[in-house]
Design a binder for this molecule. Sequence first.
Ligand code: MN
Length: 246
Amino acid sequence: MQKPLIGITCSTLVLADMRGVPRYALVHHYVDCVLEAGGLPIVVPSVAPGHADRYLARLDGLLLSGGLDVDPQHYDEEPHPRLGQVDARRDRFELALARAAYEAQLPILAICRGAQLLNVALGGSLLQDIGTQVAKPLRHDQETIQDDAPSHGVAIEPGTRLAEIAAAQRIRVNSFHHQACDRVAPGFVVSARSADGVVEAIEHADPAFCLGVQWHPERMPTDAVTRALFAAFHAAAEARTDAARA
Ligand code: MN
C-alpha cells in the first residue's frame, strides 16, 4: 500500500551570516510527526501561485506550517503597530494553495500561522496583536528552554472533531504566537479557546478533515493529543489515497 503524500509548506529564511541568500526552511518536527503517523512528507516551496493546483493534484494531504505574520491586506485591514515581519511571496502562494486544497476537499492540518493563513484564505480575519488587543491577555509567546513544555490551558468545544480527537475537554498546550484567528471564515467553527477568549483552534464543519490549531503539536511529539491529531490527519489522507486508487 502506498503511503499518503503530505505536502508541508515552509518558510523563507534570510540570514546575514549566509550572505543574505534566501533559503527555504522548515523545522524538522513537522516532517518527523508526519513520518511517525505513517505518511510520506514532502516540503513544498513558496513558488508562483499559479503552481498551487499542480502541487495539489499530486498531494494526499496538506500541512500548513508555522511562520511569520500574514499580511493584514489579505483580510482588508491596515497594519497594527505590533504587526511582525511578513513574507509576501509565501502569503501569495499559501493562500492559493489553501484555497485549492479546500476546494478539492483535501485533508488539511494547519498549525499556528498555518491556522491563521487557512482562516484568511477562506474569508476570515485575524487579531493582529493579542497583547494589546485582548483584555487581560494570557502570555501566548512563552519563553522556555524546552518548547515541548505546555504553558497554558485550552477549553475544547464539545461535539467538535477536535474534541473527538483529543478525547478531552481541557488540555494544556505550548504557545508561540502573538496573533490569532478573529472572525472565523464562513463554514468554520471555533473548536478551542484559551481562558482569555483567544481562538486556539478552528475547524470546518464538513466531513473532510480541515482543522487548524494555534499551538505547536509537532514540538510536543510524545504528547497524546499530538499523536491523535497527526493520526487523524493521516487517516483522512490515507482514506483519500485509497479512494483515488479504487
Ligand atoms: Mn496560545
